[in-house]
Design a protein around this ligand. Structure first.
Ligand SMILES: NC(=O)c1ccc[n+]([C@@H]2O[C@H](COP(=O)([O-])OP(=O)(O)OC[C@H]3O[C@@H](n4cnc5c(N)ncnc54)[C@H](OP(=O)(O)O)[C@@H]3O)[C@@H](O)[C@H]2O)c1
Ligand SMILES: [Zn+2]
Ligand SMILES: [Zn+2]
Length: 363
């Protein structure tokens, strides 16, 4: 391919194929605003799994081969002539977006995640190569500097990677809905997003209640910043909290009863869905009518807010709890994600990808 080089990657060839070693084209960093990044760590988001297995076929069908991964931390290896913010050697990060039109009202308001022409880090049309965007399960990426973020120097890079999706996706709705001291906040599901939600709600001063289906996570939830833990399958425990929450963040990745959580909201309380299950959720109108409750959604966060979140994490010495894995364990990690067996984010050490490469593979 013209103006492109081959990068090493792990890709899925179809919805039923395991991820396996591959080479993918990356544009040469010739564009004046391009930043070329050697990827050091990439977090494993449940969205990677949904996308690889084409579980969102109606909203965003997967184009194969699919290279997922939108929680990227790496080192700058080359910059274009017009790049002002970064230089070779800087530790930087890339999240779920790599471009947008920069001109629409949403972009003007720093809400690029809602831009009608946003380019996601994977599974979006690639304007430069005419293919589909390929993401972080690879050894390098080339990104417009406007979508590259600064990493606070005091934080561990592996623990920073998940902030780029799990972090901003939980931080943004909490800021939007005014999570502060004195508010009672629920976090449903203690996985990658959920554990970051607990850390942020705690750092923002709220009274934090975790709802989990996994009794074995109680101790961890308290350590992460929860004030109380409710095992959501226990109806009596749920009932004790009826009508008492200001805000609930729902991070669950699979079908579940949303009404059970709506019933826990106080007057004018809000529940925000960030989890994106494959199938629609059933909603009882009465769960909303009572107490003038609202149900909303939220998608990641804009670039400026993502930088704000990273800086907040730098100030509060806050990172994700990661289980660092070699990329060769990725298929196993997906199976464990489906069993809610993660403490609390898998993060790929990309040195393992470079080590795997053998001489007979094209470079
Ligand atoms: N809106 C956005 O912009 C955005 C961004 C990133 C991810 N997402 C979506 O958010 C969801 C969560 O992502 P994640 O990476 O945090 O996933 P994850 O690490 O797998 O965590 C999901 C958690 O949900 C709970 N859970 C799983 N299955 C359940 C079930 N059947 N019933 C009740 N609870 C269940 C589990 O927590 P317990 O063991 O504590 O019950 C699990 O740990 C995914 O759907 C993902 O695609 C959305
Ligand atoms: Zn994600
Ligand atoms: Zn726009």
């Amino acid at each position: 391919m013209k103006n492109a080089y081959n990068a090493k990657a792990y890709s899925a060839a179809s919805a039923t194929s395991p991820l396996a070693a591959d080479t993918i084209p990356r544009r040469n960093p010739t564009d004046r605003r391009d930043v070329q990044i050697e990827i050091l760590f990439c977090g494993v988001c449940h969205s990677d799994l949904h996308q690889v297995r084409n579980e969102w076929s109606e909203a965003m069908p997967t184009v194969y081969p699919c290279v997922p991964g939108h929680e990227i931390v790496g080192r700058v290896t080359k910059v274009g002539s017009k790049v002002e913010r970064y230089k070779e050697g800087d530790l930087v990060a890339v999240g779920c977006m790599v471009d947008s039109d920069q001109t629409c009202p949403r972009c003007q308001e720093n809400l690029e995640q809602f831009c009608p022409n946003v380019t996601f880090t994977y599974n979006s049309p690639d304007k430069h190569l005419g293919t589909v965007t390929h993401s972080g399960y690879s050894d390098s990426i080339v990104v417009d500097e406007r979508f590259v973020l600064r990493v606070p120097s005091n934080l561990d890079p592996a623990g920073v990677a998940p902030l780029l999706c799990a972090g901003i996706t939980t931080y943004s709705p909490m800021r939007h809905w005014g999570v502060t001291k004195g508010k009672k906040v629920g976090v449903v599901g203690l996985g990658g997003l959920g554990h970051m939600g607990v850390k942020f709600a705690d750092a923002l001063g709220a009274h934090v209640v975790v709802f989990s289906t996994s009794p074995g996570k109680t101790e961890d939830a308290m350590r992460l910043g929860a004030d109380e833990v409710v095992i959501s399958r226990n109806e009596d425990e749920m009932q004790k909290h009826a009508g008492s929450f200001d805000f609930i963040l729902d991070t669950v990745s699979a079908s579940h009863d949303i009404n059970a959580y709506l019933n826990l909201l106080e007057r004018d309380g809000n529940i925000t869905l960030v989890g994106a299950p494959e199938k629609p959720l059933a909603l009882s109108a009465f769960s909303l009518l009572v107490n003038r409750r609202s149900l909303s959604g939220s998608r990641i966060g804009g670039i400026a807010e993502t930088q704000e979140m990273l800086d907040f994490c730098g100030e509060h010495d806050l990172t994700a709890d990661v289980e660092v894995i070699p990329i060769q364990k990725i298929n196993e990690a997906y199976e464990r994600l489906l069993k809610s067996d993660v403490k609390y984010r898998f993060c790929i050490d990309m040195a393992s990808l470079k080590a795997e490469w053998t001489a007979d593979m094209p470079t």
